[in-house]
Every structure is written in C-alpha cells, then in structure tokens.
Design a protein around this ligand. Structure first.
Ligand code: AMP
Ligand code: MG
Length: 418
C-alpha cells in the first residue's frame, strides 16, 4: 500500500482505547425480545422478568423430624397415640390434651398440635408415648412461609437459570418460564490459505481454526452458533456470505481480512453494507478489530490470527452477546494478581497476556503461558486469565500487581508454588 493510502486508512479509523471501543459496542447492543419456554428447556437461559412466589413454602406447617406431634403445654405424664401421619398424608385427627400423633419428616402438623418431639427423646409402649424432655411450642416445626413467602420476589430479571433456580421454579409450580431470546451468531472465516480441518494440507495452506474455535466460544457465551464456512479472498464472495449471515443471524463474526493489506476486504464491505463504528483499537493482540451495525444486526470483523480472534471475542464480543441475552452482569470478574516472573509490556498498546492464575495464601499469583505470539493458540490453552498489561517502556518486575480478567476456575495452592 502507498503511504497516502495508509494515511487515509488511519484517518478514517482512529485508534480507540479498549474502554471506548467497548462502550461504543454496548451502546449499539439491544436486549433481545423474550420468549416463554417450558421449565425443562429453561436451564442456561436468562430470566426475562422478576418473578413473585405464587404460594408460600412450606405451604402448611410441617414436621422437620420424625417423632410425635403434641401440645407443648400439655402436662400429661404420658399421651395416648391417636394415629400416624406420614409425609404426603394429611391426617384428619385432632391432637387434644393427653394425646399425640406419630408424625414423619415433611408431614403436615395435625390440627391441635403445636410442637413435634423427636422420636429419639421419647419412648412408646402399648399405644402410649412418654416424653423424656421438656417441649416448647414450635419445636421441630417449620411454619408456613419459612422458606418463601407468597408474593415475595424470588428471582430477578437478568438471572442465569441454573440448578437452584430451576429447582425453585419447579417447587413453585412455575413451568412456563419467560426468558430472553438467544442471539444467533454466524461465523465466517476468510482467506485463500484456509482449508477445513478435515481437508489435507496443500502447499501454502493452513487449516481454519478460527471458525471451530469461535463457534464454541459463541456457544459458551450463550449464543446459537451458525457456521458460514470459508470465503476466499474475493470481495464479492465475502460480501455474499456476510449478507447470508445478516439474513439468518443477529450477529455476524468474520475473521481475517480486516487489516490494511491489499486483500483485506472486510472493512470496505461493511462500509457498503452498513455503518462502521470503529476499525482500530489500541490493544494487543487485536488492533484491527472492526465493529459495524447493519440495521439492528451487529457485525464484528475479528483479526485473523487465532489468538487475536479469540481474545477480541472474549473482551469485546462476549459482553455484547451477554447484553443481547439480557444478563445483568456482562463482564468477567477483574482482580489484582501478582506476577510470578518479570513481564515486558508492549510499547504502545494495552496487552492482554494469557496466564494461569492461582490462589496462594492470601493472593492471586499469575504466570503467563509462555510465548505470547498472536498465532500461538497454545498461549490460550489452559489459560484461566487475561492479564491487562498497560503499555510502557519498563519491564514489570516479578511481584508486580496487575489487573486480570478471570476466564475460568482458579485453583488453590497450599504449598509453595513451583
Ligand atoms: P489476515 O488478517 O487475514 O491477514 O490473517 C492474519 C493471519 O491469521 C494470517 O497468518 C492468516 O493465515 C491467519 N488466519 C486468518 N484466518 C485464519 C483462520 N480462520 N484460522 C487460522 N488462521 C487464520
Ligand atoms: Mg487473510
């Protein structure tokens, strides 16, 4: 490219800082409409309304131990056994002074009784029960509404529905669940050099790793992935596939062809189809990251290098996919970590270095995953954090504190780290 063309490119796409880029993306990202799904399909979805309990739990005063339902103030030395109330079988018998009812955990307290005595604190003989300990009213009973009060807000809009939430909905009898729609996310790879993973390698070719990786990243972020295949480095072919994606998906992700090279067509295509909001971000890896909207569709032109595409997905696309799904929390937790070895910052860009973070004693320790080349997928394999290394000339010595985005589970090390 001639210097004048590069200057025009840099003027059209000023270098934004990462925070600004993220704000622009989120400012153009709506929350999708909601839909109602059966309880069995609600796991992993995001609740679209606040939910109030339609009933109290427990719905009746409930015995919480196996034993005898009695009147606490009853002074009788022994009590005549009237009946047995197993769980699920409300008895018709009323407890009166001088009597008791045998009762099981979870069974409704019979009328008249105001306490349950544990079977371990009694003896029973010939239809009579003797209590070995004093009893107070309310002993071993859960009153109506102890767990949940009718009308109480039990789940908030924007909550991810996991095991306890599904259990709660089931126990409340809420079997039609309003959730936000999941975004369909189309993924396109570009490049003459690319062949699918199952194809043999001809000279000069490499296998397409971005599409399979991004399809998984989309699913992990709660989206519905849609593969668009591989487009050769022809503007018309790329544009046709992007148009297909725009018809079928809420979000289109492309990778490669987004820089300033003579065969990089993504930015001009997106300029033709919609509005490009930015085309360069001062981050490493991922500088040529491009964001456009076409009507209400979002398009991300991700860089081609495998690490660049996954890191920019993580930092910029994932929060947008979460916003579309109505999540209240869009971002990964950010914590301070302490470097286990010196780290050389980039001269001019915020760098997301891939690292393994562990909890040790009273702090997080971080060790990077070796060579941080943007082609080296192994730098992401096993990483559970992205260190945010601010640009600067000076090496950060071991022990320096830096912010990190936690991407996954952190292990605890009791012993001295190696
Ligand atoms: P580009 O931005 O198209 O110049 O691509 C930058 C680098 O990433 C080149 O080395 C490409 O071969 C590589 N690359 C681009 N797309 C993919 C892909 N889908 N899978 C693996 N590597 C890719
Ligand atoms: Mg390319």
């Amino acid at each position: 490219m001639r210097p004048a063309e590069i200057a025009a490119y840099e003027e059209r796409y000023p270098l934004l800082d990462g925070e600004t880029a993220l704000q622009i993306i989120l400012a153009h990202t709506p929350v999708l409409a909601s839909e109602t799904v059966p309880l069995a399909a609600a796991a992993g979805r995001v609740l679209a309304t606040d939910l109030q309990a339609p009933l109290s739990l427990p719905p009746f005063p409930q015995a919480v131990v196996d034993g005898y339902a009695v009147i606490a103030a009853d002074p009788s030395p022994r009590r005549r056994l009237l009946a047995e109330v197993p769980a699920g079988h409300p008895g018709a018998v009323t407890v009166t002074p001088g009597t008791a009812v045998r009762i099981m955990t979870g069974a409704p307290l019979p009328p008249g009784a105001d306490a349950v005595v544990m079977v371990e604190h009694t003896s029973e003989e010939d239809g009579w029960v003797v209590l070995h300990r004093p009893v107070r009213p309310g002993d071993n009973i859960h009153p109506v509404g102890l767990d949940v009060q009718a009308g109480e807000t039990v789940l908030r809009r924007g909550t991810l529905l996991g095991a306890p939430e599904i259990g709660l909905l089931a126990t409340l009898g809420i079997t039609q669940v309003p959730v936000y729609r999941q975004p369909v996310v189309a993924v396109l790879s570009t490049g003459d050099e690319l062949v699918p993973a199952e194809a043999p390698l001809r000279p000069g070719a490499i296998r397409d790793s971005n599409q399979p990786a991004l399809l998984v990243a989309v699913r992990e972020a709660g989206g519905l992935p849609l593969a668009l295949g591989i487009a050769r480095d022809r503007a018309a072919e790329q544009e046709a596939l992007i148009r297909q994606g725009l018809e079928r998906a809420d979000v289109v992700l492309t990778s490669g062809g987004v820089s300033v090279g003579g065969r990089d067509f993504i930015k001009p295509i997106l300029e033709r189809l919609g509005r490009v909001h930015f085309g360069r971000v001062a981050i490493k890896p991922g500088k040529p990251l491009t964001f456009a909207t076409v009507g209400d569709r979002l398009v991300f032109g991700l860089p081609g290098n495998p690490v660049s595409s996954l890191v920019t997905f993580e930092v910029f696309v994932r929060p947008a996919l979460r916003r579309l799904q109505g999540f209240r929390h869009l971002h990964r937790p950010e914590v301070m970590v302490y470097l286990e070895h010196p780290v050389q910052p980039s001269r001019d860009r915020l760098e997301f270095q891939r690292a393994v973070v562990r909890w040790h004693g009273d702090r997080f320790l971080a060790r990077t995953t070796g060579l941080q080349a943007s082609s080296r997928l192994l730098s992401l394999v096993g990483a559970n954090a992205l260190l945010k290394i601010t640009a600067g000339p000076a090496v950060l010595p071991a022990g320096s504190a830096v912010p990190a985005l936690l991407l996954g589970p952190v292990e605890t090390f009791a012993a001295e780290p190696r």
